[in-house]
Design a protein around this ligand. Structure first.
Ligand SMILES: Nc1ncnc2c1ncn2[C@@H]1O[C@H](COP(=O)(O)OP(=O)(O)OP(=O)(O)O)[C@@H](O)[C@H]1O
Length: 279
């Protein structure tokens, strides 16, 4: 299911948090949303999720104009901080959300168990939420996001607080969901991590969106045995084939190559090239 936003605008008092933002999320695609603090990312995500009314602009699902109720039925929204009812157990939280989405009690319980298994929290199923660590709460938050089998996923800094294994699992789960036809938008300040998982990027500065001009080439770090790490060379290649060819030539010429690895900094470079002011 594709979600298209055109000209979304939202002001708070005299401050325009989002100004004429355009976003297109397509099934099978993971899109990154990046921008400095105060750029309007969370405000934009809240409008896309149907949780904040835009002052103007349109929201369409597969070319049909939709209201906030229709949006909320198909969207999975994961805020950066998982606000929850601390005295409820992980199962109770997920079943409550399932019931709010109209699931029968037995279906909601089944879905809760399935999701706790997915985020490796089955052992915490009957523990109150206040006993969970920050990272475990984030994982429970991700499970909650999936309760209604969303077709569009909106995630605001989802990996904050998660340990490395949980981050990798989140990345794999998001890719699997995209492959299954979900459209995914993920906001993050960790650009190296984001560049490993996204297909497209939308950059926000001062409330405005623009597609990022990601460079088409990629960079590789090349070092010969015995060279200090600080004197490694950075080389650009159009694609993996070109890099592999060059490696073959280096080795054939007798170079003692100890390091030849791709460095995903192109998103960082594109971001830093912006005149992006923090607010
Ligand atoms: N409820 C609100 N009332 C007044 N101003 C708000 C409100 N929510 C957001 N703003 C303002 O709108 C602007 C955009 O905020 P937003 O939270 O969308 O930024 P962000 O890009 O998500 O920032 P960060 O990267 O720090 O999370 C900021 O200047 C913020 O102060």
């Amino acid at each position: 299911m594709a979600l298209t936003a055109r000209g979304l605008t939202r002001t708070f008092g005299r401050h325009t948090a989002v100004a004429h933002a355009d976003v297109t999320l397509t099934p099978g695609t993971i899109t990154g949303l990046v921008g400095p603090n105060g750029a309007g990312k969370t405000t934009l995500l809240l409008m896309l999720a149907g949780l904040l009314a835009p002052d103007s602009g349109s929201l369409r699902l597969d070319d049909q104009e939709v209201d906030s109720t229709q949006l909320r039925a198909v969207i999975g929204w994961m805020p950066d901080v998982f606000g929850t009812w601390d005295s409820l157990t992980a199962t109770e939280i997920l079943t409550t959300f399932g019931r709010l989405h109209g699931q029968a009690a037995s279906a909601a319980r089944l879905r809760a168990a399935e999701l706790l298994d997915l985020v490796h929290l089955s052992a915490f199923a009957d523990r109150p939420a206040h006993e969970l660590s920050r990272g475990q709460k984030q994982r429970l938050g991700f499970a909650r996001t999936l309760v209604n089998r969303p077709r569009v996923l909106l995630l605001d800094e989802p990996a904050s607080g998660m340990d490395p294994r949980s981050r990798m699992e989140l990345r794999d789960q998001l890719r699997a969901m995209a492959d299954a036809g979900c459209a995914v938008l993920i906001s993050s300040h960790i650009l190296t991590e984001l560049s490993e998982m996204v297909d497209d990027v939308v950059i926000m500065t001062a409330g405005r969106t623009r597609d990022s001009d990601r460079p088409t080439g990629h960079r590789w770090r090349v070092r010969e045995a015995g060279q200090p790490a600080t004197s490694a060379r950075m080389m650009s290649f159009a694609d993996e084939e070109a890099a592999a060819r060059h490696l073959g030539e280096l080795v054939a010429a007798g170079a003692n190559v100890a390091e030849f690895c791709r460095v995903d900094t192109e998103l960082e470079d594109a971001y830093l090239a912006l005149d992006a002011e923090r607010t």
